[in-house]
Design a protein around this ligand. Structure first.
Ligand code: F3S
Length: 425
């Protein structure tokens, strides 16, 4: 791999042992990918949390942050301290809500450890946004900006909606990128790899958030890890619809980039999305595909719902306001729990604006920093879940061994209020 003088110096230890380990990791990673060189990144989103379950499982001394950083962020047996991040770096979602840890089944010691780890890595430049949607709370890279981000739903957002460039990275590569400002040049960092190869003709245009989740789920199954262009979308969607579309497509397939001509960042026309070539594959999304996606997302048969999960990906402020409005001062069923997930910064905004109080007055809880698919924490005894998220409906049955109903926000709120699932396609 070609290295610049500065990169060679970093590899050789000029900026200390941690940066040398990081460069070694990036070079090995890049060579495995066939990358010819590294590129400079200016925005990193990864995880440095000490209370994510797989970190906890591997720890003898949970306060040993140097070992945590070395082992989990640099894949290094040599213990090195994290030096300051050299580019803007944020923490994604992690394992524990530092306010609602008891509800999630964590101990006071684990919550305190999380706070100490936030202070430790925060002093080294990690911004504790603690969400899978950092783009909702201020981390919005520019079009064309090279980034190193984990979290598939966030990566597909910045690639498609903003036009920034990132592959779906891992904890180790983002750990190395934060302290070197480098990542291998491959995949979606290269302009010609960002063109669509699949065209999806949308014959039943989505109108609601549920529609967009179903479309994303179907498109992911059609194209898997390839890049689609959607033809036939005339109405401009709300941003939250694209958030759900991308998360669903990244779950059922591995979609990291898509185009909607005139709406997403890099194509004004179908021809531009396809780079002037004919699509290698043509698909149709008709009412039959929509129905099939809906059926594929239902894993429940029992209509008695004991847990309603909202906020996957984490809710925006407008979604939180909508939930408070739909609850309309009523109490949820005594047989059901309702957890509403939002970034901690939006929770603060909702605290100040009376939205948290309105939601929690119904008997629901506003949660941050994590989600059941990440930390496997559901209310004790949960058997049947309802959610408005195709991504959560996709993962929860396997992760938590529960049945899941997928449906509209309105049907989920109805399930929380009545304890019964009465939704449909
Ligand atoms: Fe975010 Fe968890 Fe969903 S990470 S996208 S809330 S599965």
């Amino acid at each position: 791999m070609h290295l610049t003088d500065a990169e060679r110096a970093m590899r050789d230890g000029e900026r200390g042992p941690a940066v040398a380990r990081a460069m070694d990791l990036l070079i090995r990673y890049g060579e495995a990918l066939g990358a010819e060189r590294l590129i400079e990144v200016t925005n990193v989103a990864g995880t440095w949390s000490s209370t994510t379950p797989w970190v906890q499982a591997g720890l003898d001394r949970p306060d040993d942050f140097a070992t945590i950083f070395s082992r989990f962020n640099l894949d290094s047996d040599e213990t090195v301290e994290m030096p300051p991040a050299v580019v803007p770096t944020c923490q994604l979602i992690h394992g524990i809500d530092t306010r609602n840890w008891q509800l999630q089944g964590f101990t006071a010691d684990q919550a305190a450890l999380q706070r100490r780890s936030e202070a430790h890595f925060g002093r080294r430049g990690v911004q504790w946004m603690s969400t899978c949607t950092p783009y909702q709370v201020g981390n919005t890279p520019l079009k064309g900006e090279h980034c190193a981000w984990m979290e598939s739903s966030a990566v597909v957002w910045i690639n498609a909606v903003i036009g920034a460039r990132s592959n779906v990275e891992g904890r180790e590569s983002t750990g190395a990128a934060a302290i070197t400002g480098r990542i291998p040049l491959f995949g979606l960092h290269i302009a010609e790899n960002r063109r669509a190869s699949h065209r999806v003709r949308v014959e039943c245009p989505p109108e609601t958030m549920m529609d967009w989740g179903l479309l994303g789920y179907a498109v992911g199954e059609m194209v898997m890890e390839e890049i689609p262009v959607l033809a036939g979308i005339a109405a401009r969607p709300r941003p939250i619809f694209l958030k759900h579309f991308g998360a669903a497509a990244a779950s059922s397939g591995g979609v990291e980039m898509y185009h909607i001509p005139g709406i997403t960042a890099e194509a004004q026309s179908e021809a531009e999305a396809l780079g002037g070539r004919a699509p290698a594959h043509d698909h149709v999304y008709s009412p039959a595909e929509r129905r099939r996606a809906w059926e594929n997302l239902q894993s429940a048969s029992d209509d008695a719902v004991d847990f309603v999960m909202l906020g996957c990906p984490h809710n925006s402020a407008e979604q939180m306001i909508e939930i408070a409005r739909l609850l309309d001062g009523r109490r949820i069923s005594p047989n059901t729990r309702l957890w509403v997930h939002t970034p901690r910064q939006i929770r603060a905004l909702c605290d100040d604006g009376g939205i948290t109080a309105a939601i929690e007055a119904a008997g629901a809880r506003v949660m941050s920093d994590s989600c059941p698919a990440i930390n496997r924490a559901l209310p004790p005894g949960t058997r049947v879940v309802a959610t408005d998220s195709a991504k959560q409906a996709h993962y929860l049955p396997a992760i938590a061994g529960v049945q899941v109903w997928f449906g509209s926000l309105e049907h989920c709120i109805d399930a929380a209020l009545t304890g019964r699932w009465r939704g449909g396609p």
